[in-house]
Design a protein around this ligand. Structure first.
Ligand SMILES: O=C(O)CCC(=O)N[C@@H](CCC(=O)O)C(=O)O
Ligand SMILES: [Zn+2]
Length: 347
């Protein structure tokens, strides 16, 4: 059987910025069912799915194009039958409206709106709030509609792929959302390493990000994965994403063989402080060119928020995601410190 009337899924998604009618399901020659639930929402269900359900999301921030190109390529190869998945997989192209204007967001940063945050301010409705709420519903529908294979526990994975605004001392890194006190998983560190992501930053509390939503609501192993630097379409050096793509393909094909965990090859950072901008008069005390994971000496003043001054407190404390222009009340800077893999509670 051929493809659906939707010829190119990304193109069609961009032509329907905020919603689109579900499309009739199609079964490919290899038996995989393809369902399009909405704009940017496509699900592949193999005839005999294995025990793993995978969500690959991109464009929660519309200007982070490399992950969009990765997903586009995987989606079209799956639809053409060139790549065959053994797992149920859902791709989410989260914010097509923001892709079209080439910006992080249209009205509001979507990655601060999950876990119900989209509905916390009565009367405040905007496109990103509506879309975040719908994406939550699609995640629920996907994970909850998995077949019950004789009580076998299912493995739920969600990689929410991003690129960072700044240069970074570590080009690729993952954010391990707060686990609600549960141990971290060795296998997840191995999977990230296989993806070419040997640097992991551990969040120390709940967040309103997409990845934490999947962890908290569905017990998924979910990560925000930063794959490089924000660049416009056409300016990404796709060779820098070859390992990520190859790992994702092997994961879908179920041919991935994981190397044993190599603690010496990993760099783990613990979030030290989450600095929010609460005043209009907010400044960062270092230039825009300073890369993520740059450390400053103890006592150095990193930021000033009105009268409050934030100084480095810990040896090795480094900056991540500085952004003085965020909306009031939002995170303007994270600081992190390196920790030993041995000090992590791992299962
Ligand atoms: O480079 C930046 O300043 C931001 C890159 C980005 O979008 N990062 C995510 C991290 C989400 C998390 O903490 O899991 C974000 O800020 O939403
Ligand atoms: Zn992002």
């Amino acid at each position: 059987m051929g493809l659906t009337l939707v010829k190119n899924f990304l193109r069609w998604t961009r032509d329907h910025e905020w919603s689109a009618p579900a499309q009739q399901a199609v079964t490919l020659d290899n038996g995989t069912q393809v369902d399009i639930w909405d704009t940017g929402v496509i699900v592949f269900t193999p005839a005999q799915p294995n025990e793993r359900d995978i969500i690959l999301s991109c464009a929660v921030h519309g200007d982070e194009t490399a992950p969009i190109e990765i997903c586009d390529d995987l989606i079209e190869r799956l639809r053409a039958g060139e790549l065959e998945t053994k797992s149920r997989v859902m791709f989410l192209i989260a914010n097509p409206g923001a892709i079209n204007v080439g910006r992080r967001f249209v009205e509001e940063n979507m990655n601060r709106l999950f876990s119900g945050e989209h509905s916390q301010e009565p009367g405040l409705v905007n496109k990103e709030r509506e879309r975040a709420k719908q994406l939550e519903q699609y995640v629920a529908r996907f994970f909850e509609s998995a077949p019950n294979q004789e009580g076998q526990p299912r493995e739920r994975l969600h990689y929410d792929m991003h690129t960072a605004i700044r240069d970074s001392a570590h080009e690729k890194f993952a954010i391990y959302p707060y686990t609600n006190g549960k141990p971290y998983k060795k296998k997840q560190l191995q999977l990230l390493h296989a993806m070419g992501v040997p640097v992991v930053l551990l969040h120390d509390g709940p967040t309103t990000t997409f990845s934490y939503f999947s962890v908290n609501e569905f017990g998924a192993d979910a990560f925000t994965v930063e794959l490089g630097k924000v660049r416009p379409f056409g300016q990404n050096d796709m060779s820098r994403f070859a390992q990520v793509k190859s790992m994702l393909e092997q994961l879908l094909r179920d041919t991935l063989e994981l190397a044993p965990l190599q603690p010496e090859a990993l760099h783990i950072y613990q979030v030290c402080r989450n600095i929010n901008r609460t005043e209009t008069d907010f400044e960062l005390n270092f230039p825009n060119e300073v890369a993520n994971f740059t450390s400053f000496p103890v006592g150095y003043e990193l930021a000033r928020d009105g009268e409050t001054r934030y100084k480095v407190e810990a040896e090795g404390e480094a900056i991540v995601f500085p952004n003085a222009k965020v909306a009031l009340g939002q995170r303007a800077l994270l600081t992190v410190v390196p920790i030993a893999v041995d000090s992590m509670k791992l299962v």
